[in-house]
Design a binder for this molecule. Structure first.
Ligand SMILES: [Zn+2]
Length: 344
């Protein structure tokens, strides 16, 4: 049996008539019992003064019942403080708990359409985030760029919510962007903001759709997102593959030396730059070894054939080896564990 939408149990309303000290009671409603199902239209019929309006006002919470209870979807109406409390949130696809957020503010909603009709929503605070709106509106282009590399956007919707923070987060289907990522608004800072936005969108493939089993394999998220970012920068600033390689190796060494290898992160430096840069350098190495075509096919298959799964280092290595037909176990292990940048 389904729970009725509204159920009245012993609903009673007495009004005191006359002055404050009067003891005369008007029995407007006495012991009313009824239920209304979802989509059902109910008419109250009765002579004038029989309590029809009072019942409606009790249901609308204009009056409080003298006794009895009104249940809304099985829950006592008296325990609900506002309409908003009854709003329910549900996702059509699985989501890891760390990818949820709640933003509260005076938001304005902007809707747009991405590739393949992907519904996009941008939530910004007028008067606060206006300077970022043109960047948010570049989302279809950013997603299109990512789709070229990693296959179709893997989730049913996408968007951005602006918040008052200095960082960004890949919250699922609605990435969180901090308005204080940049303090000065200019062409350069907005370009960085857009690269960050692309990074968070890349996580919708790597991190959100395919999630690491444990935080030890955070490199599985950040390596891909960071590499996506470098590929995007390469497309914007037209630097060569050799220049990217040079930059990655140099930056890898700095991070590996200062923080440590990315495969065994220490609790004290969780999510530091080593789990971003070093695995991105490793992905570039895999790209060089297997070639452009096989590399992008591998990345696309990693997400598209394993939607809503959790993976780890062992499953990644097995997948890479099977997809590429090469044994890259040593290459991957050394990039994840070595204290020095592996030789190519
Ligand atoms: Zn990231």
């Amino acid at each position: 049996m389904t729970t009725p939408l509204i159920e009245a149990r012993g609903l009673t309303k007495h009004f005191r008539v006359g002055g404050v000290l009067s003891h005369t009671l008007l029995h407007a409603v006495d012991d009313a019992e009824f239920s209304i199902g979802t989509g059902e239209i109910v008419a109250l019929v009765g002579e004038s003064g029989s309590g029809k309006s009072t019942v409606a006002r009790l249901l609308a919470k204009v009056h409080r019942p003298t006794s009895g209870e009104i249940l809304y979807q099985g829950r006592p109406l008296s325990s609900m403080r506002s309409r908003r409390q009854t709003l329910a949130y549900r996702s059509d696809v699985p989501m890891a708990s760390y990818l949820q957020t709640l933003a509260v503010g005076k938001y304005q909603k902007v809707t747009a359409t991405g590739p393949h009709g992907l519904p996009l929503t941008y939530w910004y605070r007028p008067g606060v985030d206006d300077a970022f709106l043109p960047s948010l509106k570049k989302s279809p282009r950013l997603i299109q760029f990512l789709e070229k590399n990693w296959g179709k956007f893997p989730l049913p919707t996408a968007g951005v919510v602006m918040v008052d923070s200095k960082s960004a987060m890949e919250t699922q289907q609605m990435v969180t962007m901090g308005a204080r990522i940049t303090t000065k608004i200019n062409k350069q800072s907005l370009a960085w903001f857009e690269e960050d936005l692309l990074h968070e969108y890349a996580h919708q493939w790597f991190g959100d759709t395919v999630t690491p089993d444990t935080w030890k394999d955070l490199w599985l998220n950040e390596g891909w997102a960071q590499y996506s970012q470098y590929l995007y920068e390469q497309s914007l600033y037209k630097f060569s593959d050799a220049d990217l390689e040079k930059f990655l190796r140099k930056y890898d060494t700095v991070n590996r030396t200062k923080i440590g290898p990315p495969g065994q992160p220490k609790p004290g430096n969780f999510a530091e730059t080593n789990v971003y840069v070093c695995p991105a350098a490793m992905l570039k190495e895999i790209y060089d070894v297997v070639g452009r075509q096989k590399f992008f096919a591998l990345a696309t298959a990693w997400v598209q054939t394993q939607k809503y799964t959790q993976q780890d280092r062992a499953s990644f290595i097995a997948f890479v080896n099977k997809q590429t037909g090469k044994d890259l176990t040593k290459l991957i292990d050394s990039w994840l564990d070595s204290k020095t940048t592996p030789a190519s």
